[in-house]
Design a protein around this ligand. Sequence first.
Ligand code: 7RM
Length: 677
Amino acid sequence: MAVRSRGTKLLQTFLPRCLAPPPGRRHLSSPAWSSQLASLPPRDLYRLSVTDPDQFWGSAAAERLRWVEPFQRVRDCELSSGRISWFLGGKLNVSVNCLDVHVEKHPDRVALIWERDEPGTEVKVSYRQLLEMTCRLANTLKSHGIHKGDRVAIYMPVSPLAVAAMLACARIGAVHTVVFAGFSSEALAGRIQDAQCKAVVTCNQSVRGGRLIDLKATVDAAVKSCPSVQHVFVSQRTDNPTVMDRPRDVQLEEAMSPQSSICPPETLDSEDLLFLLYTSGSTGQPKGIVHTQAGYLLYTALTHQFVFDYREGDVFGCVADIGWITGHSYVVYGPLCNGATTVLFESTPVYPDPGRYWETVQRLGITQFYGAPTALRLLLKYDESWVKKYDRSSLRTLGSVGEPINHEAWHWFHSVVGEGRCPLVDTWWQTETGGICIAPHPADEGAPIIPAMAMRPFFGIQPVLMSEEGEPVQGGDVGGALCISQAWPGMARTIYRDHQRFVDAYFSAYPGYYFTGDGAYRSAEGYYQITGRMDDVINVSGHRLGTAEIEDALDEHPSVPETAVIGVPHHIKGEVPFAFVVLKEEQQEEPDAILTELRNLVSTKIAKYAVPQHFLVVKRLPKTRSGKIMRRILRKVATEMTDDLGDISTLDDPSVVKEIVHAYEQYRKQPHQRKEE
Ligand code: 7RM
């Protein structure tokens, strides 16, 4: 039974007086948005959300989510200590909100369209089927000793079973941590160990771009060093056999089939953990970002509706992998909470040819297409006929995420793909923010969209730009460090088992504010443009990588005393890692074999995409007297901007600069280096 909280009533008496919608404004038709809020223009909703967050979020949570017990208090947040709680005292179940509520109303509506690697072999899963699959999987987990609070690693490609595994965890109150199925066994093991996972859910193989990848073999290698893992559940994605180590290994489909298709949902507190997702920071191990139940779900549902102008009957196509936060929020939780039909894209943008995305749009009738700039930059190199030969008239909104979108890609996406008639939303957000924070609001008719600008804060988001002195910068046409001054329901709650690291990373640079790590510019009109990372995190094809992680992997090589990795621009991937490597004296003459070993090290320790595109062997690194590597100088060298090195007076020995510039010039002369660009 749905229980309404006090917020709804409050809002209904409050709204008509102060925020009457202007006449003639289009009604935003979303099935789950029932009150007068629905008829308000987004601009007025934004004002309400920042002037009275309790009112706004309280009503939204009461109306949009089904509660087992109503919450007693909308929020209790103190940014300086990283204490963030929303909808206190409320009890609910996320899987009920994503499944059961829709099965009651429209059991046969398609929940998932699994766009499998091979074009034309898509599989549709209704809400009823997804609920049954989720319950069977949940009962399977329970019968193998997994209960509320236990952590479960999901190492699977995008598929209905992967979604069911996430929702099955949510149903029984287990905490999932999805690990991108391209990560190496060591990266997987590190995450399993940090989270102390009791089980891993995987597939025998994955299929991508026509190629098979042995996921189970990677899991086997990983769990050797993970004593917490009691079971590995293996789904059969391909017909090829897998070595099973029973009773540890459990064939998933076999185990599910005798299970009941009903699983009573666990009642969870608003602030119980929903999932962990590991993400790179500027130092140390990846951080287990913690998201909780109600606030996260509500925030993804509202952003999914408003930013993409989602309406009932739409086919929502976010092509992200579920291993990234974008897949969590806009393939799974946001769309399913809204009762949408969501596409699971298993393939690649160029398989079997560069028309794949648009052929899929035509075949599935996709209405919103949400992708990454790196893929767009790759596709725009091909002839426009790859786009134009497919009917894209179903498209209504286009979206971009993951990194700054350059003007060329923006215009190609908007004019060629969208024929100039679909709003293109550049959406800025992070693993830590849970959902989109800055983006145009296409549902707000008449609001301008300026190319390549993330534009406007979402409901409840108050961006602040900070000067180098740590003071808020006022006015327009200014830049600074991007912070957010008030808590919002979708934000991360902590770093798993390391709250101090959470406070240090996000709340101590500018006390009282959430610091994003990104720089931004605010135009005279008050619109925001993200300029990129300010810390030692680089963004390869939209995926975050800490330079420290790569350095850690390289430094393990016995012949390598020291390395420094920076990001350099790349025309397709956005950025690629560039490694400066110091070799032991005796190795300096013949570095090629070592460089090959270094490439392998990074690939096995992290993932293939983390392997530096460039290696430059140097005698020593530029350091300050306190021993800090001056990456700024390395960046200038690698981007060939040595005319303007800035202040090098703090360098311990300024002659090192000449040395490195010389090494770089030699490197540039090697013919094989040039053709890689
Ligand atoms: C959703 C996601 C977060 C980092 C973030 C930025 C960069 C993401 C944009 C962007 C410019 C954008 N989560 N970033 N979106 N930069 N414009 N629209 O990507 O945790 O993996 O990465 O990605 O630097 O801090 S993430």
